[in-house]
Design a protein around this ligand. Structure first.
Ligand SMILES: Nc1ncnc2c1ncn2[C@@H]1O[C@H](COP(=O)(O)OP(=O)(O)OP(=O)(O)O)[C@@H](O)[C@H]1O
Length: 252
């Protein structure tokens, strides 16, 4: 891991109509870290990932990405080189061939003209085909995306990220819709690729088991606050039990 600070968050706060979703969170994430974001439903995981991805503004606080205020990155090419997002629902265009979904990773770099032309004659085909081979989808480039299984579609989304090559990858529940065997495969592959590419990964997860198996650091959120932020090996069963404990009123 390098000592370069990829994300520096200071006092991040987000309110929704009077309700606090994030309450003055502060943390630093270095290049190469594999961070799992865990915590009960409603703890603020998605809100935090959306704020880092600049998909939703914060109410207050400071976010720096690779040493620059997040707001200094113009949306589009510059931001796409820094941050890539992968989601549970994959965000793929079902009726298109796999190769076009993979090459969508180049959209912001290419601009509209080259992107549209690429739909007729795929540009930088080799790049897409190599990415597909790396995620185990050799020979699937010209299949229609919607005919692939859920696990294969998540691999297409990963190949798209490899073509985009962002420095930081944010994944919001990337395996929630997959069965356990597929989920394990996808997380193994995602963390392997991210490590090889020296990228930084922040993933929200409902499964503590996967967080422990594949991630080097676990940040636990509860009621919009950091409940703990520890290297994985320091996370005890007692801490986890406390994190997910139901309040007495929740049982009613
Ligand atoms: N658009 C919104 N409008 C109002 N409240 C919202 C909105 N988005 C999130 N919230 C609230 O903010 C809090 C944090 O939500 P968030 O989705 O970030 O939690 P989460 O940890 O990702 O939950 P889950 O594990 O269920 O996905 C919750 O109380 C939620 O109800």
């Amino acid at each position: 891991m390098s000592s370069k600070h990829m994300i520096e968050a200071k006092n991040l706060t987000k309110h929704f109509e009077g309700k606090i979703a994030l309450s003055s969170l502060s943390f630093t994430i270095k290049q190469g870290e594999l961070v799992a974001l865990i915590g009960p439903s409603g703890a603020g995981k998605t809100t935090l990932l959306n704020a880092i991805a600049r998909m939703a503004p914060l109410s207050s606080g400071d976010l720096h990405l690779a040493g620059q205020p997040l707001s200094a990155y113009k949306k589009g090419k510059l931001l796409a080189k820094k941050i890539g997002v992968i989601r549970q629902q994959f965000d793929l265009i079902g009726p298109l061939a796999v190769i076009h979904n993979v090459l969508a990773g180049k959209l912001s770099e290419w601009g509209i003209g080259k992107s549209l032309f690429s739909l007729l004659v795929p540009q930088e085909k080799e790049l897409a085909i190599k990415a597909l081979e790396r995620v185990g989808l050799h020979g699937k480039a010209f299949e229609i995306t919607s005919t692939l299984s859920g696990g294969e579609q998540q691999r297409v989304a990963m190949a798209r990220l490899m073509v985009q090559k962002p420095e930081v990858i944010l994944a919001d529940e990337p395996v929630a819709s997959l069965d356990p065997a597929r989920a394990d495969d996808i997380l193994a592959m995602l963390t392997k690729i991210v490590t090889e590419e020296k990228q930084t990964l922040i993933t929200s997860l409902h499964s503590v088991e996967y967080a422990r198996k594949y991630f080097t650091r676990i940040i636990a959120l509860k009621n919009g606050e950091i409940f703990f932020d520890l290297p994985t090996e320091k996370v005890t069963d007692d801490l986890l039990a406390e994190l997910y404990q139901l309040k007495s009123g929740d049982m009613a």
